[in-house]
Write a protein that binds this ligand. Structure first.
Ligand code: NAD
Length: 495
């Protein structure tokens, strides 16, 4: 298989280590949990071996973060911000290395990793670093007979557990506000795609982030994710991943009475009204399900198409999806890469078969293309099912390049059916009449409602879920920074 893009020498050197160690207390360490192979999803071949953590290693990482907390939290916000901005600069300088690691590990097209995952991650660190300089850490209270204020202080060690679909960006979204507020962090990277997160350790060391402020390891959830959540020195948890695991993490945090931010799965809808430009919307929604091979928590996977435009919409979307350029992430021109793993292929195929057996019709069939001679690659074509709402593919998160189409006539009917599931992450409304679109957006129960676009992200635009899609604050906004400071009232009665 030939890849157009040559591996950067730093990528080759990083991957060629006998096993990639963890970054704990500012040192690179082999761990006690054994090793794990990391696969290139486009070929199914092993591209790296990583050292994996057990509970003792997790305890070491937490203790390192705890030791580093006193120094990091005592620094002036401006000094911390300077270091975080330096880290963002270093990420920008090493962006090709990080983008290649991300493309190789997740299977995503390099253009996406270069254009979004890496720079957007760096921007997150800058956004929160700058915010921390101007933040108010003491708020005087106007209480008669008192000299009183609310003092805002960091929590201490914050634990982070991340999924495999956007490892670098999600890591920056998570740790950026926590570090800027003066907390130290322990990161459990996904065991499926740990590479770019582990590489961040080199960059942190190079720019002089003090040892122990950022700790990074990987391994399986029960072995080294759960011990992080349970460790008594961990003061806050942030978990991004499936709703099933999120509930379990939430239960442990509830037992421990520590704050917990859960960013979970979704089953996003797109409501397409009858006054749209059909071709434009079809193009945008094709892009939504091929982005990251549909492995996007907030993407549009239930398409409510107004009955008046249903037929022309279907004709256009068939044309678009059937010409998707499927290829290796490092191949120039690839529009959609493979799924991340064999397990993910099995899951997506299984949902497709179950959807059909429950009465759905395939509007665009699922195929297993053989790409570039890589017969072992985890490639699945973009595909669409249509039918009624009583179908597993309407109700459950598939997490692949797929959507389920239903027709509607009345806006109120579409709203009711969108809201019929417990998920509440992100939905979109498409229409020229903005009053009508806004009214629908408001009535959908969801953390995020987008109009005439799907997958909309910016710093300053809060992003999070409700119900089965998450709880505890969300990301990317000033409120996220506030979440990482605890309030403490300090009062002195005036005699
Ligand atoms: P997952 O829940 O299987 O795993 C997520 C992380 O949790 C991994 O690091 C895993 O090792 C760890 N984990 C698993 N079991 C654990 C346990 N018992 N204790 C502690 N940690 C444990 O999810 P995934 O398959 O990696 O990712 C896909 C899911 O993530 C989808 O549901 C997707 O919607 C969701 N997601 C949500 C967002 C968001 O912002 N809402 C973003 C990305 C992905």
């Amino acid at each position: 298989m030939t890849h157009t893009i040559e591996k950067h020498p730093s990528v080759a050197a990083f991957l060629d280590q006998p096993s990639i160690p963890a970054f704990i207390g500012g040192q690179w360490r082999e761990l006690s949990g054994g090793t794990m192979d990391v696969k290139d999803p486009a070929t199914g071949k092993t591209i790296a071996v990583v050292s994996t953590a057990n509970a003792n290693d997790v305890a070491d990482a937490v203790e390192s973060a705890d030791e580093a907390f006193a120094g990091w939290s005592a620094m002036k916000p401006k000094e911390r911000a300077e270091l975080l901005n330096r880290l963002a600069d270093k990420i920008a300088e090493q962006s090709e290395v990080l983008a290649q690691l991300e493309a190789l590990d997740v299977g995503k097209p390099i253009v996406n990793a270069r254009g979004f995952d890496v720079p957007f991650g760096a921007d997150c660190l800058r956004y929160f670093a700058d915010m921390s300089i101007d933040a108010v850490y003491d708020r005087p209270l106007n209480v008669e007979g008192m000299d009183a204020r609310v003092h805002r202080a960091p929590y201490g060690v914050c634990g982070f557990i991340f999924p495999w679909n956007f490892p670098f960006t999600l890591c920056c979204w998570g740790i950026g506000p926590a570090l800027a507020a003066g907390n130290t962090v322990v990161i459990k990277a996904s065991e499926v795609t740990p590479l770019s997160t582990l590489y961040l350790g080199y960059l942190a060391k190079e720019v002089g982030i003090p040892d122990g402020v950022i700790n990074i390891y990987t391994g399986t959830g029960p072995e080294c994710g759960q011990p992080l959540v349970e460790h008594p020195l961990v003061r806050r948890i942030s978990f991004t991943g499936s709703s099933a695991v999120g509930k379990m993490i939430g239960r442990i945090c509830g037992e421990r009475l520590i704050p917990c931010k859960l960013e979970l799965g979704g089953k996003g809808a797109a409501v397409v009204l009858d006054d749209v430009d059909v071709d434009q919307v079809a193009e945008a929604l094709a892009g939504a399900i091929t982005l990251n091979t549909g492995q996007v928590c907030c993407t549009a996977t239930r398409w409510f198409i107004h009955e008046k435009i249903y037929d022309p919409f279907v004709a256009k979307i068939q044309e678009l999806l059937n010409k998707t350029a499927i290829g290796h992430g490092l191949e120039e021109g690839t529009q959609m890469g493979p799924l991340v793993s064999k397990a993910q292929v099995d899951r997506v195929e299984d949902y497709y078969k179950k959807g059909l057996s429950e009465g759905a019709t395939a509007i665009v069939e699922l195929k297993r293309p053989v790409v570039g001679g890589g017969e072992e690659g985890y490639f699945v074509s973009p595909h669409l099912l249509a039918g009624d709402d009583n179908n597993i593919c309407f109700r459950e998160e598939v997490f692949g390049p797929t959507a389920y189409l239903v027709k509607f006539k009345e806006d109120s009917d579409a709203i009711k059916r969108v809201n019929s599931l417990a998920y509440g992450l992100a939905n979109s409304v498409w229409g020229r009449d903005l009053d009508r679109a806004n009214a629908i957006a408001e009535q959908i129960v969801s953390g995020n409602s987008w109009i005439n676009a799907h997958n909309v992200f910016a710093y300053g635009l809060p992003y999070g879920g409700v119900n089965l899609s998450g709880v505890g604050g969300g990301v990317n906004s000033p409120e996220t920074f506030d979440d990482y400071l605890r309030d403490q009232t300090i009062a002195r009665p005036l005699a």
